[in-house]
Structure formats: structure tokens, C-alpha cells
Design a protein around this ligand. Structure first.
Ligand code: BES
Ligand code: MN
Ligand code: ZN
Length: 481
């Protein structure tokens, strides 16, 4: 996508989004004002809108400005870009002159349009690819284009790159993104200046990561642990650690899932995709922070060699786990990845992301992800980063009373806590592998990382890239400068 910013201009062809008719009227010889006056239903309120063709040949979308507190330039731009999908339109000009849009709003409008125009057609053959070209260029006209360009190039553009990468990974089929192939893909990010390290099964075996390795036992495909380092901060400063669940396909294992919609489980690596996307964003914008991203990549399959319900595994931490349900596998992967992160990197703070429980979808749908943390300060930071990034977390409780539900008569713990409070017991499980000394938060993105038929105009495909903007913001606000 070609994104540019300018101080003036009129769409000669293609489409234009107009928010203030009086602000752009000189550019269109009064045509927009005239059309607005004629349109009986247009009163400039939020939600009001109409389309008209102007003499330059452009199609103009007029969007009501309405209430200052509710109006969002990013969503307005995304809504128009969404409506252009499949239209064959290749150019969009967004007119913000004469409005109160800040440089930040202008950059976000470009990002919103870009995310709404995202397409996933890599695997459509020539015959079934849309005959019509997709949006190729976005121009934002605003009063301070150089500040807007700055905000886009140094922040929102790289964030968008990260979101797009995360979406591509989640949308990719499981015969394309399986652990080794996924690790290879991540190695390609070394071009951005990231240091990449890959641990295979032999290395993980040596480290005693039998919780993670147990999940992959039934798979023909080797499990991988990938570490991505971005050293943009002061040498020696403790890093922030981002840890992601990367189950490249979750059949449930021997505790097999029902067949209907099982294909959704290609997205069970959404947490890892958010981490990879964030590392890409941080490296692209050369963030002044030390950040380590760690993803556990495993395929969960039923097989003669697969782990069985009732198996007891010894995690890297030494704690033993009775695997009562092989479908509660994400927490087993994260148990070792989190313990590894804490002991190896002694992070200043650590956040994990995972499509961990169906229960979080029941609780929060696709609007908020679940946030679990014993640390009030971290909760505050993430809530604030959510508000500014638009990836929203909602805090849910942790408590010893929930933790007790994991006790097992046969091992140090079992990997399921029963029907009640499923997302919380999953978080309590992770907490046992983090320990007390690391500020830590767990984000359950099962409802937000993959969404079929999202109503959000910025999310046109299954993979949303949820978490990239949140983490990128959290790093910018709390670990830089
Ligand atoms: N990957 C699933 C969670 C999930 C379900 C994500 C639906 C997205 C949509 C996870 O591994 C899982 O299977 N969790 C089980 C846990 C249960 C066995 C304790 C669940 O949520 O049912
Ligand atoms: Mn599962
Ligand atoms: Zn899973």
C-alpha cells in the first residue's frame, strides 16, 4: 500500500472521503457543499453520510462529523475503505483539512484505511482471484502533512506492518505454517535487525521442556522454540519479554475436538503471531527498548505416539503436571516458554498472549481480550495502552481460591481446573511457572485474535493481528526513553 500525506489536493479519479464539506470546497469547486445542501438526510451528524460524484470524476463519500467525543477518524477512514473492497477502486484520498484532526488522527486514518483494505488472496488461483484490482494508494490531505507523515512513518506505519504480518500468519493454512516452516519464516525477520535463535527438539529436551514437548509428541512435525531479540535500548538494561502460544494446529490431541469448525484451530498460533508482528513493528521503527520475543511452536495431533490423558510430565521448572485433557495444551507450551523466559532473561516485565480458552469468548466475545495479572501497575499500563491502541484488554481476577482448583492427587498439578472459571484457572496455571519476582500479565486473545465475520471495518479477515498495536504501544509508553 502506498501511503502519502499532502496539504492540498483533489481526487481526480478514484474515491475521496470528506468530513468537512466547507473545508474542501475550494478543491471541488463547491460541488461537495452543494451536494450536502441537497441531500435531505444529511445533517452532518455522526452516522449521516452520502455519496456523490464530482466533476473531477471522483466519487466522494461524505461522512457526518457529529459528536466530537465519539467521532473517530480511523474508523471513518476504515469504513470507507471497507466499502471500496471489491469495487475495483485503487485510490482513496482522505480529506481532513478544515477539521480538528490532529497529525496523529491523520496518521491513524491512513492506518485504518490500510487495515480495512487488507486482502488475503495468496492462495486464490488466477482463475478465482478477484478480477478487480484492490486499493493501492491512500493519500491523506491535512493541515499539517509533515507531522502526519512523521507520525505514520515512525509509528503507525510500522505498527501496520506488524499487524499485517500477524494477519498473514494467522490466515495461513496449517500445511504452510507448521512449526519448522514458521520458524524459517521468522528467521527472515533478521533482515530488520532482529537477532533470531531457534531451539529444536534436541535442545529443548536438554533443557527439560517436557511440558512443551509432550504436546508435540503426536505430530510428525518437530516442535520449535523461537527467540527474537531487539536490542534498541541501553546495553545491560533488563528486557521486556513477550511470550506467545504458537500451536500451529490444535486438533485437541487424543482429547480430540469435534469436527465442526475445527479449521479455526489453524489460528491457534495467534498469540505467537502477535509477538512476531510486534517484534517486526519494534524493529521497523527502531524502538529504543530491549525486547525479547519468545514463541513456542507446536502442532497438537492425535497419534500412536501422542500424549495420553493421565500422562504426567515434568516441566522445565521441575513442577510435575498431570495432563488430564490433551486439549488444554496451550498452557503446557507456555509453562516451559514462560519459565525459560524468566530464568534466562530476568525480564523487567513479561506479557504472554495466547488463544488459550474457549471460555474467554463466552465471557468477552471479540471486543476485549481477557487480561490476568497480579500486578496493578502492569494492569494500569496495559489498560492505558489498550485505550490508545484500540486493542482493548479487560481485567479478570486471579486468586488462590482459583489456583486450588488445579491441585491433583497424582502430581503437583493437573492441566485443567474444571468447568467453572475456565479462563481464570488457565491463567492460574501459567502463574505457577512465572513465579513471584517478575511483573507479568497474561492476555487471552481466543476471542479477539481470530474472528469470523467481524463487524469492525478494520478486520476484514479471520486473522485480526490483535495484540500487535497493544504491545507496540505498551513498549513505546513504558519501556522507551
Ligand atoms: N485453542 C483452544 C482454545 C480456543 C477455543 C481458542 C476456541 C479459540 C477458539 C485451547 O487449546 C483449548 O482447547 N482450550 C480448551 C481448554 C479446556 C480443555 C480446559 C477449551 O477452551 O475448551
Ligand atoms: Mn486445545
Ligand atoms: Zn489450543
Amino acid at each position: 500500500m502506498n501511503v502519502s500525506f499532502s496539504k492540498s489536493g483533489a481526487a481526480k479519479s478514484g474515491s475521496a472521503l470528506v468530513i468537512s464539506a466547507s473545508g474542501v470546497d475550494h478543491a471541488y469547486d463547491g460541488a461537495v457543499m452543494k451536494a450536502a445542501a441537497k441531500s435531505a438526510s444529511f445533517h452532518g451528524k455522526a452516522g449521516d453520510g452520502f455519496q456523490t460524484y464530482v466533476e473531477t470524476g471522483a466519487r466522494v463519500f461524505m461522512t457526518g462529523r457529529g459528536d466530537k467525543d465519539i467521532f473517530d477518524y480511523e474508523i471513518a477512514a476504515a469504513t470507507v475503505a471497507k466499502s471500496l473492497r471489491g469495487s475495483g477502486e485503487t485510490e482513496l484520498m482522505i480529506h481532513l483539512e478544515g477539521t480538528d484532526a490532529t497529525a496523529d488522527d491523520a496518521a491513524r486514518a491512513a492506518l485504518g484505511a490500510r487495515l480495512a483494505a487488507y486482502i488475503w488472496d495468496k492462495h486464490k488461483s488466477k482463475a478465482t482471484k478477484s478480477k478487480k484490482p484492490a486499493l493501492q494508494s491512500i493519500t491523506v490531505v491535512s493541515d499539517d502533512p509533515s507531522a502526519a507523515k512523521d507520525a505514520y512513518e515512525n509509528y503507525y506505519g510500522p505498527a501496520g506492518d506488524g499487524v499485517v504480518l500477524a494477519r498473514d500468519l494467522v490466515n495461513a493454512p496449517p500445511n504452510e505454517i507448521y512449526p519448522v516452516a514458521y520458524a524459517e519464516r521468522i528467521k527472515g525477520l533478521a533482515d530488520l535487525g532482529l537477532e533470531i535463535e531457534v531451539l529444536g527438539e534436541a535442545e529443548m529436551n536438554k533443557l527439560g521442556m517436557h511440558a512443551l514437548l509432550g504436546v508435540g509428541l503426536g505430530s510428525e512435525r518437530d516442535s520449535q522454540l523461537v527467540i527474537m531479540k531487539w536490542n534498541g535500548g541501553k546495553a545491560g538494561d533488563a528486557p521486556a519479554c513477550l511470550v506467545g502460544k504458537g500451536v500451529t494446529f490444535d486438533t485437541g490431541g487424543i482429547s480430540l475436538k469435534p469436527g465442526a469448525n475445527m479449521w479455526d484451530m489453524k489460528g491457534d498460533m495467534g498469540g505467537s503471531a502477535a509477538v512476531v508482528g510486534t517484534m517486526c513493528a519494534l524493529a521497523t521503527r527502531k524502538a529504543k527498548a530491549n525486547v525479547v520475543g519468545i514463541v513456542g511452536l507446536v502442532e497438537n495431533m492425535p497419534d500412536g505416539k501422542a500424549q495420553l490423558p493421565g500422562d504426567i510430565v515434568v516441566s522445565m521448572s521441575g513442577q510435575t503436571i498431570e495432563v488430564q485433557n490433551t486439549d488444554a495444551e496451550g498452557r503446557l507450551v507456555l509453562a516451559d516458554a514462560l519459565h525459560y523466559a524468566v530464568t534466562k532473561y530476568k525480564p523487567a516485565a513479561m506479557i504472554d498472549l495466547a488463544t488459550l480458552t474457549g471460555a474467554i469468548i463466552v465471557a468477552l466475545g471479540s471486543e476485549y481480550c481477557g487480561m490476568f495479572t497480579p500486578d496493578d501497575e502492569l494492569a494500569k499500563q496495559l489498560t492505558a495502552a489498550g485505550d490508545t491502541s484500540t486493542d482493548l484488554p479487560w481485567r479478570l481476577p486471579l486468586s488462590d481460591k482459583y489456583d486450588k482448583l488445579l491441585n491433583s492427587p497424582n502430581a503437583d498439578m493437573k492441566n485443567i481446573g474444571g468447568r467453572a472459571a475456565g479462563s481464570i484457572t488457565a491463567a492460574q496455571f501459567l502463574k505457577r511457572f512465572v513465579g513471584k519476582d517478575t511483573p507479568w500479565a497474561h492476555l487471552d486473545i481466543a476471542g479477539t485474535g481470530m474472528v469470523n465475520g467481524s463487524k469492525d471495518p478494520r478486520n476484514p479477515t479471520f486473522g485480526t493481528g490483535f495484540g500487535v498495536r497493544l504491545l507496540n504501544r505498551w513498549i513505546a509508553d513504558n519501556h522507551e526513553g
